[in-house]
Design a protein around this ligand. Structure first.
Ligand SMILES: [Zn+2]
Length: 145
C-alpha cells in the first residue's frame, strides 16, 4: 500500500507554570521539538513521489520559525530547539531538556503520513488535564493551538 506524506503537523502544546513570570520579562520562552531525528526518520514519503523524511521536514520548519522570529519579530520569542541537527534524542531526554529550560511553551513538530491520499490539515494536541487547577493553562493552550 502506498503511503502519502502529507502536510500535517502535530503540534503539542503545554504551558509551564512559570508562564506568568515570563510575561513579566516580556519574553516567552518557547521550546520547539522537531520530532524524530537520527536513525528515527519518522514518516517517509513515497520514493519517486516525494521521498522525504519527516525528521528533515520538521527541523526545517523549526529553523524557519527561528528565522521568522528574528526577521519579522526581532527575536520577541526566546526560542530553543530540542535538537539542532539530525540527531536522535529520546523522549525522556527531550522532556528533561524542556524542564531544564523552564519552557513556557512546548511545541512538538511532526508531519504525519496517511494511507489516504486526500488526507490533509493540521492536528493540535494540548495537555489533557481536566482539573480546575489547570483549567486556565488549558484555556491558554487551546487558544495558542
Ligand atoms: Zn512524527
Amino acid at each position: 500500500m502506498n503511503r502519502f506524506l502529507t502536510v500535517m503537523f502535530c503540534i503539542g502544546l503545554t504551558f509551564n507554570t512559570n508562564s506568568i513570570s515570563a510575561q513579566k520579562n516580556n519574553s516567552l520562552r518557547v521550546v520547539l521539538d522537531p520530532g524524530h531525528g537520527g536513525e528515527d526518520s519518522g514518516a517517509i514519503g513515497v520514493i519517486g513521489v516525494n521521498g522525504i523524511y519527516e525528521k528533515d521536514i520538521v527541523i526545517q520548519v523549526a529553523r524557519e520559525v527561528i528565522r521568522l522570529n528574528k526577521e519579522l519579530y526581532n527575536n520577541r520569542l526566546e526560542i530553543y530547539l530540542t535538537r539542532y541537527t539530525d540527531t536522535f534524542i529520546s523522549l525522556a531526554d527531550r522532556a528533561k531538556l524542556v524542564k531544564s529550560l523552564l519552557a513556557d511553551v512546548l511545541i512538538s513538530l511532526h508531519c504525519n503520513d496517511s494511507p489516504i491520499k486526500e488526507s490533509q490539515g493540521i492536528e493540535a494536541y494540548i495537555q489533557g488535564s481536566q482539573s480546575h487547577r489547570n483549567l486556565e493553562l488549558r484555556r491558554e493552550s487551546e487558544h495558542l493551538a
